[in-house]
Design a protein. Sequence first.
Length: 573
Amino acid sequence: MIAKKDIRNLADIVGEDYFSSEMFMTSLYSHDIAALPGIVNDVLNPNAEAVAQPTTTEVVSNLLKYCKQHNLPIVPRGHGTSGYGGALPARGGVVVEMTRLNEVHHIDKSNMTVEVGSGIIWGKLIEELEDEGLTVAAYPSSAPSSTVGGWVAAGGSGIGSTKYGGIAEQVVDLEVVLPDGEVIRTKDTSEEHFKIETKGHFFRGDDSFFTDLSDNAVYDTDSTQLFVGSNGALGIITKVVLKIIPLRHIKPTTSSFRSQNLMVGALQDILEATRPFYLHFITDKFYDMLKEVNQAPPTMGGFIISCAFEGTDDEIETEIEKLKHIVSRYSGSVESKEVSEHEWSERFYPMRIKRLGPSLAPSEVYVPLENLDGYLNHMNKHFRNENFALEGAITDRGEVAVLTWFPDDERRRISFLMGWYRSLDVINLGLKHGGRAYSIGMWNAAHSRSFYGKENYAKMSDLKRKTDKKGYLNSHKVFAGPLVLSTRLNVLIMLIAGIVAPIVIWLAGIIVPSIIQAYVPWIFVNDPTSFLIWFIVGLFAGFAVSEFANLLPISVVLSIGTPFLRLGRRIFH
Ligand SMILES: Cc1cc2nc3c(=O)[nH]c(=O)nc-3n(C[C@H](O)[C@H](O)[C@H](O)COP(=O)(O)OP(=O)(O)OC[C@H]3O[C@@H](n4cnc5c(N)ncnc54)[C@H](O)[C@@H]3O)c2cc1C
């Protein structure tokens, strides 16, 4: 609980106009895009106590210094469009929304980079660059509303990633405020604890683009990649320098197929033979749901590939010719210009099917393209009793970012809670097919070590220990944290244990009196005093249970709980 004095001091640091502890503000900043089961919300109680919207790096630095000194939890947030719990205030405290740091600081046309405030929305940045005949190499499909810093912190791939890689490949330099308030530039950090292992060269996209980037990224002194995908657990990103490219003509082409394996075969050949800017698919179930919400284009088949090529008209036409051959080899149909343009414009709106819910439970995992068919078959079998839509985007590494949507209804509290197993199973099935977690955030922090790689994770932990031992900056993200049950729940557990203990003893005395008298005669409940004594013992036992629960990492609880959720879902759904 933040004391009134701290609220006043924080408002002074940020400025009255950009700080609020009013309920109408704090409740807006206590969730992200994913609907959290109501019971989980009650248990974890991720409630922001104050919201700050800093306007300069200096304010961010002062805010962090104050919070560290007074041990107040602090959580960076872009626009809250992620769904992995990364932006949730797991321990309450101050949510720092970065959207007021939204300037385009400098466009460097000779080095082809742009420096922006981390809170700028992708859509706005793209518009400003287009005025200069330039653009970004890749952007998330949430670009109309998500921030540049948010995607850098969350990591991942998006539109353009088939050719230019994920966000990691776009970032050249960052300005980061460390938990102790120190401001650093990641491109030039020579201290030992910032060094990070060079990533392997998996890149299959535009080589010239990649070469430029790796020239910039001399990892001995460049710690940029340490902060990409670190979910705000290591520092708050205030400025981002991104690689940019000349604005080029883009032409989308949609094709459809009658079966999954034909579509997957075509995807593999397209990636092998051409260099698409964007390569994306939806399966027939997604198509059927789009039909239900009147958003499905008229196509020959229900398995749809959307592809976009970039370049001169001649380059694009050559690529489209190759694509047409591949599509006909797999008995598919190249759809009309109207359908292609419709699909391209829909790339920003994957959540149209939410209307079928009214809630949507998403889950995402990377799977190697060569294992996609097996993974999809496994998913269909595993979730045969569930309604789900599935889409995927192919990256430069030959991986598929597979996104599964489960339409659901969060108002059905028990059934919705039990359905949580699906998100975890989607990832676990992906891992079985040679995949890896898509993003980390809070819920899948158990995968952090394999996600970041052992050595890099050790470096991140080391840096966290050195700069934020108590974990006040975005705790529970990346580094799995304990449950931290809400006070209400702690008290409830104690009371239940206090009431249950004397009742159990009393019943035991009735049901098996001879055993009790022979072995533990002193435990009888037969008068108000003994009832009171056992009530107090129960309270202590309840306290011990809730303290023990408070030690368990959320990700461990989720792993242990998954089979029970799965079973419960069968019963309650
Ligand atoms: C319709 C839709 C489409 C999407 N498409 C994609 C996609 O194509 N690819 C993809 O990868 N994801 C996608 N996402 C997920 C999400 O939009 C992205 O991860 C997005 O980039 C997050 O940006 P944000 O500004 O909303 O960040 P938030 O959700 O607010 O934050 C994300 C994480 O970053 C941290 N953070 C935010 N800002 C900062 C900062 N300045 N410094 C340090 N830490 C910070 C937060 O604490 C949190 O851990 C999509 C989501 C939706 C709803």
